[in-house]
Design a protein around this ligand. Structure first.
Ligand code: HEM
Length: 519
């Protein structure tokens, strides 16, 4: 054998040994104790593709199900190139979320949070986070909703619904997204020129977390582009507006004024960039989350005539007992006369799982977590690993919710409806618990109120909802010969992930006009 062959074989053997060693290290990561069982998949990509595979709306992700069957409720994997422990255990989930800042810190994949910039509250911890949350609640807390938001929310919802009723069909997600930015933007910044306001609203509406969630590659790229552009343009507009307001010294009764006051307080923990980012982020998240939650609630109600009948009964009773017949929904009505509505909202949020997973980074090494229903002394997760909390598995567990895929608001009868628990974590838990939960509940309630008391409606049949687990739900258009659009419109519709799935066909019943509404 020539020397060249000999050297060549050695090099190949060396490369094979190196790769095998690297692969072994990849598959068996180091820990100071015992890691949860699991597999890390292929080097670099891990098990990302399996994890993100779309699946039916009425099933738990096959990836998660397979892993749970094999390894139990806590397992290790690698997703998006990051060493990850997945928790589907309700006690562990709650423990993790409650130990924010001590053992864990919020750490979403860069792609999800980076568009909002480094000043976003997603990157803030400890006292600064607490302070920002406090400022957010001055806009989204019950007191402000009751005093300043509910009246316009009601008026604008009525107006938008009435305009939509003039069309044959409309898209609930888009309609709610638009009506939220229409009534909320003037509360946030009250003195905008109409053209500036509509440009800003366009940016709020263009923002969506869906680009990260969608399984369609083209729409993911388009969604990312739209979101990045909306953030860049919107944030710059916000900066200019902020600077103008600051120099003008004029006083207005809006959220921008509140933030300016906070900024000027002695020892304020936030700066101008944080505030600008906060205002922009709150407006974007509000429309993105609430519009999806509302359209899913409308979808479930449309599909369940018994639920619709009970909902109508509750809201007709509210109308009948209302003293001011011209007035809209009052805070009293919302808080004390909408028990069934809240049961519907809870059930809808449980099934939808808008936030199917929450990400935390382990910040303290040698952290040991215990799983109540497996008999092991506990697992040690090294610092730097991500822990992915998946409450959606608990929400769809048949041992906790009988027939979990059935939409049954009555299962909430007699239960506490407004607070979360380890079995109902749709708004998260601990210090990072959702700041906008009350806003979302109020908007969904008001939308349902006007929808069921004023219109007959049915769900458009040409779409279905699927889950793409990185997110949770996106839509696929299904063929329906009567309603299917012309060929050139198909591509446009399939790209509008949230658009077509929850479209509603409405008919006005109060006036006797029978109108079909169109997209
Ligand atoms: C039905 C609609 C909504 C759902 C299901 C939802 C869900 C959640 C969840 C699960 C979290 C916790 C995330 C984590 O711990 O990693 C969260 C946090 C948050 N949500 Fe919502 N949300 C909704 C509506 C809203 C609205 C309307 C707003 C208004 C701006 C909002 C603002 C926030 C904020 C600011 C946080 C972060 C809180 C913090 O870091 O302390 N959410 N939301």
């Amino acid at each position: 054998m020539s020397l060249l062959w000999f050297v060549g074989l050695w090099v190949i053997a060396l490369v094979v040994v190196k790769i095998s060693h690297w692969w072994y290290q990849w598959s068996n990561p180091k820990s100071n104790g015992k890691l949860p069982p699991g597999s890390m998949g292929f080097p670099i990509i891990g098990e990302t593709f399996d994890y993100f595979k779309p699946h039916g709306f009425y099933e738990i992700s096959p990836f998660i199900k397979k892993k749970m069957l094999r390894y139990g409720p806590l397992f290790r994997t690698n997703i998006l190139g990051v060493k990850t422990v997945v928790s589907t255990d309700m006690d562990v989930n709650l423990d993790i979320l409650r130990h924010e800042n001590k053992y864990f810190s919020l750490s979403y994949p860069d792609g999800l949070t980076k568009p909002l910039g480094k000043d976003s509250f997603f990157f803030k911890t400890g006292n600064i986070h607490k302070h920002i949350k406090h400022i957010s609640m001055r806009l989204l807390g019950s007191e402000n909703l009751k005093r300043k938001i509910i009246k316009d929310m009601d008026c604008v919802t009525q107006e938008h619904l009435s305009l939509k009723a003039k069309q044959q069909r409309f898209d609930v997600k888009d309609a709610v997204s638009n009506l939220i930015t229409s009534h909320l933007t003037p509360k946030v910044i009250s003195n905008l020129k109409p053209e500036t306001q509509s440009k800003l609203i366009k940016n709020f509406n263009a923002f969506s977390f869906d680009w990260f969630r969608t399984s369609y590659k083209l729409s993911a790229v388009r969604g990312l582009y739209n979101t990045l552009w909306a953030c860049k343009d919107g944030m710059q507009m916000m900066k200019d507006i902020y600077a103008r307001r600051k120099t003008s010294r004029e006083k207005y009764d809006d959220f921008l004024e509140t933030t300016l006051e906070e900024l000027e307080k002695e020892g304020s923990l936030v700066n101008e960039d944080v505030i600008v980012c906060l205002i922009f982020t709150l407006c974007c998240i509000t429309q993105d989350t609430t519009s999806k939650a509302t359209c899913m609630a409308v979808k479930f109600v449309s599909e369940n005539p018994k639920v619709l009948a009970e909902l109508k009964r509750e809201h007709e009773a509210i109308l009948a007992s209302r003293e001011d017949k011209q007035g809209g929904v009052t805070w009293e009505e919302y808080r004390h006369k909408m028990t069934f509505t809240n049961m519907v909202i809870n059930e809808s949020l449980r099934l939808t799982n808008l936030a199917p997973m929450m990400f935390r980074k382990v910040v303290q090494d040698k952290l040991t977590i215990f799983c109540a229903n497996i008999s092991t002394p506990g697992y040690t997760i090294p610092a730097g690993w991500i822990v992915m909390v998946i409450p959606s598995v608990v929400h769809l567990d048949s041992e906790i919710y009988e027939n979990p895929f059935e939409f049954n608001p009555w299962r909430w009868e007699g239960k506490e409806l407004r607070s979360g628990s380890k079995t109902f974590m749709v708004f998260g838990a601990g210090v990072r618990q959702c700041a906008g939960s009350e806003f979302a509940r109020l908007q969904i309630s008001i939308f349902l109120h006007h929808l069921v008391t004023t219109y007959d409606f049915s769900l458009s049949k040409d779409c279905e909802v699927v889950r793409a687990p990185g997110s949770q739900a996106s839509a696929r258009v299904a063929r329906n010969p009567e309603t299917w659009p012309k060929r050139e419109e198909v591509a446009r519709m399939t790209e509008k992930v949230w658009r077509c799935d929850q479209s509603q066909q409405l008919q006005q019943n109060r006036t006797g006009h029978s109108q079909r509404l169109r997209l």
